[in-house]
Design a protein around this ligand. Sequence first.
Ligand code: TRP
Length: 462
Amino acid sequence: MSQPREHWGSNVGFILAATGSAIGLGNLWKFPFITWENDGGAFVLLYLICILGVGLPIMMAELLIGRKTQKSPVGALKEAIGPWWGWVGAWGVMAGYVILSYYAVVAGWSLLYFVRTVGWSVGGFPAGLQTGDLFVEVIGNGGLQSVLSGLFMVATVGVVYFGVHSGIERVARVCLPILFVILVLLVGSALTMEGAGEALVFIFRPNFSELEPGGILEALGHSFFTLSLGTGAMITYGSYVSPDRSLVKAAGAIVFLDTLIAIFATIIMFSVIFTVPGMTEQVGGSTAGMLFISLPQLFYEVVPFGVALGPMFYLLVALAALTSTISLLEVVVSYFIDERGMARPRATLVSGGSIFVFTVLSALSFGAVPGLSNFEIFDGKAGVFATLDHFASNWALPLGGLLITLGVGWFMTREATEGELVDETTPGWFHYGAWRFFMRYVAPLAVAAILIAVIFFGVDFS
Ligand code: TRP
């Protein structure tokens, strides 16, 4: 039944793949928007605290469970903690399934906008084109939406099909460097813009009187999503690390890079927004608004070298999304391989195909099919897409994260976790005692607070 477990070809390959999982639409699409909604500075600072105090320790915990057991989440949690904990793994697999199904829809938009901006850069931006109307037309077009998200799923399946080393790691090695180069070019261009100064002040000067309690929880909730925690994605990636490699350093690198990119994305977006008079009133409304309505046009009006940088930007979004969809699919695929004894090719096609059914349902839920667009299970969240996003961000990730922290902090022995984290490669900044304290007390209390807020106060993180 069991094939020998695949491993990453190198430590750099592993770090790039995991960083690729972490960096995604969460960084480029969600983070700038929630920073905007929460008035910048103080929220950004809080987010950084959540990343360090909760995200980083849980990142280490997920990776260590994976490396220790060399299994995907269901088997890994059973072996590392206890038989019942397999259900926590199964909950994670289900969450990965749900997130991928709607994530692929937004990823599909990035493909379309890449093609569109290439066209505009070559042929000129059409005079009088209203990007807002264009976007409404795109999302209301069921056929187009299904084709776009379908193309994205095919690409994802195509990579995961070839496995850990020749598929996932190889693509990360190509995509991540390209992604960094494009981002640095964009930040360079953004910093020369008139609004750059105001943008930096907005992002980095904390003004705590502006911060609302909901913002604290939003920062915490987002730190799970952006680091790919709570579904066992990092358990899965950790299970392909061979036992002689340092996890602590890798976790530090992944978390650092993910945070850096989120900050870069906000600098780029706010520099543009603060440069255009009147833009600050127009933003708002929706997350999609910034990326797919305001920005496309501004590349041709205000961004220095925008003609070249516009298409590059949407390429960046698509590549960042791809390395994340790969990790989401891998969580599901590794379950079928490890727990159901399927061969990888079959597991990949079965998972990808069945997830795509839900992707189409999400893709059609922006008006294309009224029955899929209008129902409300959660208040104010109409349609399949909004329902799935709300369920994943508010329920699935925090609950999965809470159980994983409790399991590692309270049900694994000190010896078991210390042995995984501390060895001669462990960097000097890491203190095992501090990590254990954060895992046992700080992280579970913080995550429990999110859940309580969601359940009793109706706070919304999606
Ligand atoms: N972290 C990715 C982002 O920021 C999304 C993602 C990929 C994810 N894999 C995940 C989120 C697993 C939660 C769980 O866009």
